[in-house]
Write a protein that binds this ligand. Structure first.
Ligand code: CP
Ligand code: NVA
Length: 303
């Protein structure tokens, strides 16, 4: 693994290695054991969109590994004044050991990786959110003891989270059922990949009740992602009936987990009651961003 650009690029062995490394780093950190990682590595952190979890978990993660994160917002860097990503990639490659980027189009991240001579990590694009779903898989494995054979239901927008959950779940041998309104389906590339999978089942439906049936894990996400704020009202109408509430949970297995990448909009994609009943799982998921990303940085930077 040279970069982490999207889960679609990874094999089951790649994901297992990341999750095993994340578990090991988590246990070292909890027991106060020093990580075996070369000191003084730097991570450039480019943010073209807002963040709480991603910024803090990456910056804390590289610090705990004995290195330093360098935050670059569009507004404060020359990126905001139009310096091309291919030049930024070559400059940062002369100073730093890894680049993390959160931006809009997936092709920007792919372009950055093409010109960088150091590893590049996708920290969310409109297409995928691979770091989040690696943390989610770590959380599910911790709670359920396994991944393959479980059923994930994703209920909501066919967005970056949907694409990454479908890819990550299927690669790990989980059955995935996605319920999305017809005009808000996951990306064609993701659906094409899902159609090639033979050792796990994939289902795309417009009915959240169909997706939720016998699920081991229910996922949801906001109806209007970053960059779609002007569509928020229209989307509230399109997503009526897609709220994860007691009636949806009643269709799932009795020990069904709930995962939400956060931030959550209570009363829209999830009720306050379901959110609070599953808050421990959701905040374990948030915590695992730290451990999963440390694993990604460890594997990409440790030479
Ligand atoms: N889940 C997630 O990526 O959160 P932030 O937008 O706060 O980074
Ligand atoms: N789909 C959301 C995820 C936020 C972490 C967004 O892109 O805004």
């Amino acid at each position: 693994m040279k970069h982490l650009l999207k889960l679609l690029d990874l094999s089951r062995d790649d994901i297992t290695l990341i999750l095993d490394t994340a578990d090991a780093l988590k246990s070292e950190q909890k027991s106060g054991k020093k990580h075996d990682f070369p000191a003084g590595k730097t991570l450039a952190m480019i943010f073209a969109k807002s963040s709480t979890r991603t910024r803090v978990s990456f910056e804390t993660g590289i610090f705990q590994l004995g290195g330093q994160g360098i935050f670059l917002s569009n507004a404060d860097s020359q990126l905001g004044r139009g310096e091309p990503l291919q030049d930024t990639a070559r400059v940062l490659s002369r100073y730093c050991d890894c680049i993390m980027i959160r931006t809009y189009e997936q092709k920007e991240v792919e372009n950055l990786a093409k010109f960088a001579t150091i590893p590049v990590i996708n920290a969310l694009t409109d297409f995928e959110h691979p770091c989040q779903v690696l943390a989610d898989l770590q959380t599910i494995r911790e709670h359920k003891g396994k991944l393959a054979g479980l059923k994930i239901a994703y209920i909501g927008d066919g967005n970056n989270m949907a694409n990454s959950i479908i890819a990550g779940g299927l690669i790990c041998g989980m059955d995935v059922s996605a319920a999305c309104p017809e005009d808000y389906r996951p990306a064609r590339e993701t659906l094409d990949f899902a159609a090639t999978v033979t050792d796990a089942k994939f289902e795309l439906t417009a009915d959240p009740k169909v997706a939720a049936k016998d699920a081991d894990v229910i996922f949801t996400d906001v109806w209007a992602s970053m960059g779609q704020e002007s569509e928020a009202e229209k989307r509230k109408i399109a997503f009526r009936g897609y709220c994860v509430d007691d009636s949806i949970m009643a269709l799932a297995k009795p020990d069904c987990m709930v995962q939400h990448c956060l931030p959550a909009h209570r009363g829209e994609e999830i009720t306050e009651k379901v959110f609070e009943e599953h808050a421990d799982e959701i905040f374990d998921e948030a915590e695992n961003r730290l451990h999963a990303q440390k694993a990604i940085m460890y594997l990409l930077m440790k030479k």
